[in-house]
Design a protein around this ligand. Structure first.
Ligand code: ZN
Length: 452
């Protein structure tokens, strides 16, 4: 198996060959969800993209050689706000959302990360890092608030490829009377009496959001590790701040060597937002779309490109999987030729890989057994067609609005209409069946049907 893996590294702003720190111990950290509201399709993208990367790394370097860490942010201003709005305790809210998030991951057929640490379980380590940063004069305290002093870190802005002035101009930085410089960011802040809080040298309070990723990545992957991933919106300030905290606390030149960021997801060409009300949550999708179709749809664009989520995309993915499932059978093989794998090794080019899958499918459907094994192995590598044929069919059946008797009666009615030359009625019936989740196919004298 080739180890010629290349990534576009946000840090160097170019494509680079991936050279791990240690060949037998690859480390990857991906920023996980803030569990304040049900995750949406924009959150599903990094889940699936980095799951594919996790699978590829395991394939190349060995099953147990890759450590994948994805955190859960279970303390944050957004969580406190949402708990008040929904009249739920913070614990109840975060547990409900985290549970739903895990069901989403399962639905999308994502492997569990090696570790999934929670922020609230690492408060002590976060306090230690703040203390460390204060001692090294990279942070300052002001009335129970502790801020990171951005001017103390010369490389700040390196990931975004911008200098501090450009960063300030291009974003909304938090205004606060407690900080000395607009770019300084919070490490620790006081909690109101009824809000969650922990005792610290600076009074009862809670950590700033960025801190947990620095602390938890170090705990599970060490001071320096290979890959850090997340959505494009995290580059600044979140990832810049992670780098600043970790490099200053640990006195290291680098934090993660390769930074991978996935592009945004729009919905019908519009930005998804609460105020427009066009947010597609994953738990809603679970009700009527098979998770594999969502997975395939998410992989249909290159991860760095924007992805537009729409009905057509879901339909196309469903149709493709319907077709592909005709080749399904249980296989043992895990052998994949480098040539098939190639697009994935070139900065995870999933659209090109999917076109290869179409070609392999064509070969396989000609009845060649070797091609079939190749096709199925290649699908499995990116987490598709792992579910057996029955569950795929049963899902469609369970989502269809009509039963067999209804369908057979309608086909009878339609054939009668055709015999009488009433093609208009025949078309209406076909459309009616389609709207109810059934597709029909006329072959010679026989009409067959299936759930779509
Ligand atoms: Zn993070």
């Amino acid at each position: 198996m080739t180890k010629n893996l290349n990534f576009f590294n946000t840090l160097s702003n170019k494509k680079e060959k991936f050279v791990p720190i240690k060949n037998n111990k690859i480390g990857m950290y991906v920023c996980g969800p803030t569990v304040y509201d049900f995750p949406h399709i924009g959150n599903a993208r990094p889940l699936v993209v980095f799951d594919v990367l996790f699978r590829i790394l395991k394939k190349i370097y060995g099953k147990n050689k890759v450590t994948y860490v994805r955190n859960i942010t279970d303390i944050d201003d957004k969580i406190i706000e949402s708990s008040k709005k929904n009249k739920k305790s913070v614990k109840e809210l975060t547990e409900t959302i985290a549970k739903s998030f895990h069901e989403d991951c399962k639905y999308l057929n994502c492997l569990s990360p090696t570790y999934e640490p929670k922020a609230t379980e690492h408060i002590k380590e976060m306090i230690d890092m703040v203390t460390n940063l204060l001692q090294k004069k990279h942070a300052y305290e002001n009335e129970k608030h502790v801020y990171f002093s951005v001017s103390s870190f010369k490389k700040y802005g390196r990931l975004s490829n911008k200098n501090p002035e450009q960063l300030i101009a291009g974003s909304r930085v938090e205004v606060s009377k407690y900080k000395k410089d607009p770019l300084d960011f919070i490490l620790w802040k006081p909690s109101e009496e009824n809000d969650p809080g922990w005792e610290s040298p600076w009074g009862r309070g809670r950590p700033g959001w960025h801190l947990e990723c620095s602390v938890m990545s170090e705990k599970f992957l060490g001071k320096k590790f290979d890959i850090h991933g997340g959505g494009l919106d995290l580059v600044f300030p979140h990832h810049e701040n992670e780098i600043a905290q970790s490099c200053c606390a640990n006195k290291t030149e680098n934090f993660a060597n390769y930074w991978l960021h996935n592009g945004f997801v729009t919905f019908d060409k519009e930005k998804m937002s609460k105020s427009i009300g066009n947010i597609v949550t994953i738990n809603k999708l679970r009700e009527n779309v098979n998770g594999q179709a969502v997975r395939l749809a998410l992989l249909s664009s290159h991860y760095k490109q924007p992805l537009d989520w729409n009905e057509k995309l879901i339909k196309e993915s469903q149709n493709t999987l319907n077709k592909w499932y005709s080749q399904f059978e249980k296989i043992e093989s895990n052998e994949l030729h480098d040539d098939i794998l190639k697009p994935l090794l070139e900065d995870l080019n999933t659209p090109e890989y999917i076109s290869k899958l179409h070609l392999l499918y064509n070969e396989s459907s000609k009845g060649n057994k070797t091609s079939k094994v190749k096709f199925l192995t290649a699908c499995k590598l990116i987490g598709l067609l792992e579910e057996d044929m029955n569950s795929w069919e049963n899902f469609k059946k369970s989502k269809a609005k009509v039963d067999e008797n209804f369908v057979n009666q309608k086909i009878k009615d339609r054939n009668n209409a055709r015999k009488k030359g009433n093609y208009k009625l025949a078309d209406i019936i076909r459309k009616e069946l389609e709207d109810n989740g059934v597709i029909i196919d006329d072959k010679q004298d026989k009409t067959t049907w299936k759930y779509k």
